[in-house]
Write a protein that binds this ligand. Structure first.
Ligand SMILES: Cc1ncc(COP(=O)(O)O)c(C=O)c1O
Length: 511
């Protein structure tokens, strides 16, 4: 059974404007129960801060979550709010609005992420003892779910973008060949699983892929994991490659298309949804919708998070009204970042990979995601892991992923002009500090002062022989996070006769 529960009201202070969630029925319903002084005899003692009212942990809770979030942690089921598994009220209304917005036959909200959404979708799509053709680059949730289902799974192999770019994705030509061969041999796959939007910025050409699959075996079912691409629906430049748009196109020429397509979206990765808020969209008949409902019952927690579900409703409302403008900004900022890296000599140690030509071959059936900027930082002389650490510790900038010498900047709808300027500043300073040092260490004899602060005693002085030991010492200092300055011989005027820098705030580069 889903849980229900909760406590005493937190009301807006005097003069505060009550927030309105008009156009988002579920958010409105959660807001209205959060505002009421409801004492629960069920669960969630923390709701409205009930169990911590006189506790020493209360301040930390309030600092972390605020009173409003504690009030919205509610758990009422059935007609009190709605049933998660058999919604008839505001959850159903919100899901219907989302389905209309995404162009799906039905949409299910999950508060357990796309890891669970994929499992639910496969539970519904793959028949008992079914044959599955899976993209080798799928998320772990797909591999484990298929293993648990004892499905007969064959993988289409992965390929690498090119020698200078570490991105991998499915060899989609091979996938289609494998699919065609199985059809020709009379043992077609029941289900195909595709990971269509990668973190590294590779997007599959879903119209081409679904059309090819439908032509070979119209009754096939397909799970398209677009975990990273939920928001793509809301921009005319990004929408055409999406799976739901592809099915719309196929149905326009064949209204009776029997193909079933499930699409999973981690709304929390690209839209304004709380963590673990995911959509599971279905293009399929009523029977398949019932299978999804049953699989949800089997795999989803029975204690869904209503704040997370309400955030899915709000994320959809925002995307409809503001998504295109926000994505315009993201696309412009991503373009600016690439352009600055290409043209600014203070950023010459960085090299962008894609989207200018790396995935230009239409035969690959993949395209670049223009909201991702993949940057090779090899010329800095530090590892991508060190680079991420420096950005995080010293500039409060977080980059989630590195691959070889490359890091990925996801220019999502929360990134604005100010944040991009901060990033560009940080990139310039990092280049000035680290590349200069790397170059200064290149020869056998030091031509520079290399000085670490603290303590400010030169590690090399001009004319000194450079040994592996010195290089090792510098590597260790870099990893420990101290500041390292490189001063050219010609600029030693900036250094006092005692050897201490007179202007420590202005490191001098070697360019
Ligand atoms: C392609 C892909 N699918 C699914 C997931 C899982 O999504 P979630 O974090 O919403 O569970 C991820 C997570 O990063 C992913 O990259």
């Amino acid at each position: 059974m889903p849980e229900a529960g909760s406590g005493t009201a937190v009301r807006p202070g005097p003069g505060a404007q009550p927030a309105s969630a008009s156009g988002a029925p579920l958010a409105e319903a959660v807001l209205s129960v959060a505002r009421r002084d409801i004492a629960s005899f069920h669960a969630l003692p923390l709701s409205h801060g009930g169990s911590i009212r006189n506790s020493k942990i209360r301040d930390v809770y309030e600092a972390l979550f605020g009173q409003a979030q504690l009030a919205s942690e509610v758990s009422y089921s059935g007609t009190m709010l709605d049933s998660f598994f058999r919604p008839r009220g505001p959850l159903r209304a919100a899901q219907q609005l989302a389905a209309a917005s995404f162009g799906a036959d039905s949409t299910t909200f999950l508060s357990a992420g796309t890891s669970t959404a994929n499992r639910v979708a496969l539970g519904a799509l793959v028949p008992r003892g079914g044959r599955v053709l899976a993209d080798r680059s799928c998320h772990q949730s797909v591999h484990f779910a298929l293993g648990d289902m004892n499905a007969t799974t064959e993988y289409a192999p992965m390929r690498r973008c090119c020698a200078s770019c570490p991105r991998t994705f499915a060899d989609l030509r091979r996938l289609l060949d494998m699919f065609a061969l199985a059809v020709a041999e009379g043992v077609p796959y029941d289900t195909v699983v595709l990971s269509a939007v990668s973190y590294d910025g590779v997007r599959y050409d879903m119209p081409a892929l679904l059309a090819a699959l439908a032509e070979l075996h119209p009754g096939v079912s397909v799970l398209v994991d677009e975990a990273w691409g939920a928001v793509h629906r809301f921009h005319p430049r990004l929408q055409p490659l999406t799976a739901l748009e592809a099915v719309r196109g196929l149905r326009a020429s064949d209204p009776g298309l029997p193909m079933t397509v499930a699409v999973t979206h981690s709304a929390h990765k690209s839209m304004s949804a709380l963590r673990q808020g995911s959509y599971l969209h279905l293009m399929g008949d009523g029977e398949m919708q019932e299978s999804i409902a049953q699989a949800l019952f089997q795999h989803h927690t029975t204690s869904p998070s209503w704040p997370v579900l309400a955030s899915l409703d709000l994320a959809r409302l925002q995307a409809e009204a503001e998504g295109e403008a926000l994505l315009d900004r993201s696309l412009n900022l991503a373009r600016t970042l690439r352009e600055e890296i290409r043209t600014d000599p203070r950023l010459s140690a960085y090299r962008t990979l894609g989207p200018d030509g790396h995935l230009g071959d239409p035969g690959l059936l993949v395209h670049d995601d223009p909201t991702r900027v993949l940057v090779d930082i090899g010329a800095l002389g530090i590892t991508a892991a060190e680079f991420r650490r420096i950005l995080f510790d010293e500039y409060a900038l977080y980059v989630a992923r590195e691959s070889g010498d490359a890091v990925v900047f996801h220019v999502h709808i929360g990134v604005d002009e100010g944040i991009l300027l901060r990033l560009l500043d940080a990139l310039r300073i990092v280049q000035r500090t680290y590349r200069a040092t790397t170059e200064a260490l290149a020869g056998d004899v030091a031509e520079h002062f290399i000085i670490a602060y603290p303590p400010g005693i030169p590690i090399t002085v001009p004319g000194e022989k450079l040994s592996d030991r010195t290089r090792g010492e510098l590597d260790a200092l870099r990893t420990s996070g101290v500041e390292i300055y490189t001063l050219r011989q010609g600029r030693t005027a900036a250094v006092s006769p005692a050897g201490g820098a007179t202007d420590t705030a202005a490191p001098v580069d070697t360019e």
